[in-house]
Design a protein around this ligand. Sequence first.
Ligand code: GSH
Length: 319
Amino acid sequence: MHAATQSSRGICPARLAQTRAFRARRAGAVASRARRSVAPSASSKPTLYDVPVSNNGARVRLLLYWKGLERDFRIENPSVLGGLKSEAYLELNPQGKMPLLVVPSPPSVGDGDAPMDAPFMMALPESEVIAQYVLHKYADVGPLLIPEDPDQRALANLITRVHDVYIAPVQGCMYRGPMPVEKRAEDLQTVKKQMDVVERVFADAARTRRPQSQSLKNGNDVHDDGPFVCGSQPCFADAALFPTYVFLERILPRYFGWDDVFAERPRTKKWFHAMCADAGGERVLGEIRAGLDDWHDAGRWETTGVLEAVKDDRFTWKY
Ligand SMILES: N[C@@H](CCC(=O)N[C@@H](CS)C(=O)NCC(=O)O)C(=O)O
């Protein structure tokens, strides 16, 4: 399963042509056919539908990078199915959002390979659900990325929850539109508040590590100070939070005039820099920043009305 022999890059030309033909058929398929034909073709690998700039998808990609699982998954742009709002995609994820993981059926004994039109086993949307699936399904591959200490695990879950419930739903205020100026300002205020909440959780996580480290250090006031959410090793919470902070760190100064998104958030700052220095983090950083630069070059912040909104001095834009 972990061998690279079925990688789309290593696939034989005949199979590649077959796969391409299959994908072409699939893109034009009507919804009733999509459920059958959307199976991840000949590779029988799980397929992650996602694009590089997607912060929710980057949570899953980062876990794959950290675990060394990249060759065991295919990553496809949802455009191969006609886009997020196509019938074929909505059949798999009625929310019309990415990421989406399509897990193929296991090949039957003696098959050798999955048939081209094999039905998939499950279509799994929602980045946190996919993340948890990857963490548990591949628990024995690479680092565990789940804190063993229950206190640390609870705080990792909390930071993930704060991200998913309070930040991700309003992050669009930074780059989507048109949007009523009042709503944009209100959502931005929420983003600012939640950045403070995240800083507090970082502090709580460090505090819960302190007694153990103190005893290890013979009572000195030295404790495990990170830099990651749960200490010296990254976990799933780092993967959930970091891609969105790549958005915040790039967009808020550029378009909303913030001087420093980490001012008065020293723990978050230290964490962010550690994540940027991490090989997997650096990779995700590059993927997302390149996507944001493309958006910039395409004039996204003009067309969505962001630049116009921040001229409205009835509201606070710079925190
Ligand atoms: N709760 C979902 C949110 C997914 C989400 O909003 N994805 C964005 C990309 S990061 C998307 O698909 N946006 C396109 C759209 O909403 O049309 C998750 O965590 O997966």
